[in-house]
Design a protein. Structure first.
Lengths: 141, 141
DNA sequence: GTATTTGCAAACGTTTTGCGGCTAC
DNA sequence: GTAGCCGCAAAACGTTTGCAAATAC
């Protein structure tokens, strides 16, 4: 028998937080924000709902170098760029069909791709600028 | 002053295990295998060396849906395909320049890409076959 | 000789879980 | 009324760390 899915203000609030944010919060971040609206919500509930939503493809899990999971409420296809210096996660939206080509490459092997997780790590535009300036200042001495 | 890197039989053994394997073991897996050769090796040492090797770009970290880190001793560029059914991690070796295109797409935004981590999730060829057979058997009743 | 690495065990932070009560439907 | 969800607290999990002894060079 199929499991019935029921609505709850906690789950609605968590989904709304993720839909409104582009910051890729962790479970703890979501918990803090949810408590502003629902002061009695528990961390366990936040975890349960984040897992529930991710398993039902309503949000995405994003893993970074540090060993914690971040969440993303934006379900349009995109990649993530993680800055090695500041740790920020940027959304990158495809402008070509490069991903489709990649997937057809993978499916040549007989595997069936359900979804892809494409991450880039490096130095973000902002940090690259800052570090350049610092290097320049060092050379002056 | 640069930190001197010293050899140890533990580190050599761990690197050898990863070089010889295509199974993308976890730290625990490496620990079990290393103990066959070095019964007194400790889990802490395994973690320390896996992190050391990954930070020195001698092995790769691979993140999957489950909350543990897997390691990969194959440093030639490739993607990973994770089967949702059996959990196995497959290596996929590029046959086109799709990745380069993807990276140039990302770098259009001003970010500098140091490396990429491209993962696909779905049903592997073997599991797809097995499940098809099972569905067929169900229909017969 | 000394700086790095080790084994051990305790500690850490994140995530999951068992429970009894609450709530949506 | 009942299955699903909640808050709470304890437990489990993977991983890191402090220490004194061992080791590489």
């Amino acid at each position: 028998m199929a499991v019935k899915i029921r609505q709850s203000k906690q789950r609605d609030a968590i989904l709304a937080i993720l839909r409104q944010s582009t910051a890729h919060p962790t479970a703890e971040d979501v918990y803090k924000q949810a408590r502003e609206e629902l002061p009695d919500i528990s961390l366990g509930t936040v975890y349960r709902n984040l897992n529930f939503l991710a398993d039902h493809n309503l949000i995405r899990r994003v893993k970074t170098k540090d060993n914690t999971v971040h969440f993303d409420g934006n379900m349009t296809p995109h990649y993530h760029f993680v800055c090695e210096n500041c740790g920020q996660i940027y959304d990158i939206f495809p402008t070509t069909d490069a991903t489709a080509k990649l997937i057809s490459e993978v499916e040549m092997t007989g595997h069936k791709v359900h979804y892809s997780s494409i991450n880039f790590v490096g130095l973000c535009a902002e940090c690259a600028n800052t570090l350049e300036v610092q290097e320049h200042e060092l050379k002056e001495h």
